[in-house]
Every structure is written in C-alpha cells, then in structure tokens.
Design a protein around this ligand. Sequence first.
Ligand code: NAP
Length: 291
Amino acid sequence: MSADLIDGKAFAAGLRARVASHVPAFKAATGRTPGLAVVLVGDDPASAVYVRSKGKMTREAGMESLEHRLPADARQDDLIELVDQLNADPTVDGILVQLPLPRHLDAEEVLLRIDPEKDVDGFHPVNAGRLATGLPAFVPCTPLGCVMLLEDRLGDLSGLDAVVIGRSNIVGKPMAALLTARSCTVTLAHSRTRNLPHYLRHADIVVAAVGRADFVKGEWLKPGATVIDVGINRVDGGLRGDVDFESAASVAGAITPVPGGVGPMTIACLLRNTLVAAHRRESVPLDERAI
Ligand code: NAP
C-alpha cells in the first residue's frame, strides 16, 4: 500500500467538537438548546442502531435529541401529522425521518412535507434545487462530508477532474453539484456508463457510491488519485466499500478506509446542519464556513 489513509473518524471527531463549541453561545443568545428530531418508523435493526448513535452524538454535542417512534404498521396520516407537529414546534431546528420507511408508506410525500428550513438531511427538492443553482442550501450529509474530506486533503479543488460513480439523490447527484460548485470538471457515472475505466484513468478525484462491494479496481485509477469510498456493503459478516481497497491503495495517492472513512462524517455533518439550521432560524450570526 502506498496511498495515505484519509482518517474520516478523526476528522469527524474534530467537526463534532467544533459544532459543540458553538452551542453555549447559541444558548446564551436564545435561552434554548438546538434541537434535532429523529423519526423512526418500525423496528428495522440497522435503522435503530443509526438512530441510537445519532441521539448519543447529538447529546454529546450539547444539543437536544428528540426521538419519535412509530409502530411498523403506522398509517401515512400519522406520520404526516407528526411531521406537521415537528414543523410547527419552535424547539425543533432539524427533522430527520430515518429511511427506509416500511414499504406501505410513501417516503416521497413525507420528505416533501418537512419544512425546508428544518430539512437537515437536505433531501427536500427545495434544498436540492438551491444546491443545484448555487444558493445557500442544506446539503445532504454524506456528500457534504466527502467534500470536507477532499478539501482537507487537497485544498482548492478548482480545475481538478472528478468522477462520481452513482447518481442517487442522496449521494451521487449532490456530490456532483458540490464538486461542480468548486470548479471541478465532473463526470457523473452510473450503471449505463460505457467504459468506466476510460473516465477513471483521467480522474484526480474518484467518489464511489455504487452499493457493490469492491467494484472499483486499482488498475482503473490514475496514479496519485484521491479516492473517496462511500460504499457500505456487508460481506461475510464484515464491511467492504465500493472500492477494492487493496488494489486501489497501491495506486491512489490517498483513500478513505471502510469503515472509518466517510461513514463517521455523515452524523457529524448532520450535527453541523442542525447547528446551522438553529442559527438561521433564530437569526443568530454564525460563520458557517468555519465549521
Ligand atoms: P443507490 O441509490 O442504490 O445508487 C447506486 C448508484 O450506483 C446508481 O446511480 C446506479 O446507477 C449506480 N450503479 C450501479 N451499478 C453500477 C455500475 N455497474 N457501474 C456504474 N454505476 C453503477 O445507492 P446510494 O444510496 O447512493 O448508496 C451508494 C452506496 O453508498 C451504498 O453502498 C450505500 O450503503 C452507501 N452509503 C453510505 C453512506 C454513509 O454514510 N457512508 C450514506 C449513504 C449511502 P443507475 O442510477 O443507473 O441505477
């Protein structure tokens, strides 16, 4: 292995500490604590683990975690009513509905119902549109974490060639928008892309968000490339990314490990977005670029 490891775990811990450092001044200015409401429907074990971990880290940052659980057979109307209550609650700054929802529920309608000013996941089309047009927006947490790791490693990204593999609304598309806004030349690849290695050969930056273990091979990469592996794939009881780590690490200049790379950034960025939402809602000044 010759690549440097990008330590997302350490970077995320630093980001959470920066978020926490701003909470006392917010409390002093407003007399209240920033609040994040998390809604969990049903009893999917992986979702329950994520929600517990989000709650713990929210409290550790000095913010309030409000957890709302609905049974697996909850009706769409119950969920919409809960979202409406959270939209109207002045102590709630951020609302997150844990996905996936049970199959009988319409996730799109629920996400559309969240007040865009409290949409700390950045999934509402208003925030997606704001990001696409260069307006201040809540940016989905995983791609936001990826771009923070890239800027920490590379500094100014302007002029670099980037390939994003995967075009989901939660990772690939916002990732491409963030890199475009930083003046990268971006290729957005997907399952219909012909000859992916052709594009990767020129890429200074590769972000893999495919959902297939070990998909990206080291021999496809440009020597010295910076590789961000978003994938989380459960294989034989362990976790693997979307990049074949061993072969990629012998070619890349820097690479995120799985676990310990992008994963920890997602919750840290959620806390960051909640802090920002609280400040914007209360019109308390905050240097958002410094967090
Ligand atoms: P997704 O919605 O399933 O999207 C996967 C994307 O990969 C699609 O755009 C698909 O193309 C593309 N794709 C599939 N096969 C391909 C191929 N052979 N060549 C090129 N592109 C291909 O997945 P997602 O939600 O974006 O998540 C991607 C991965 O990131 C998953 O492993 C997920 O677990 C992980 N993830 C991690 C975090 C984190 O916190 N670290 C957060 C979110 C997701 P089409 O559009 O053409 O189908």
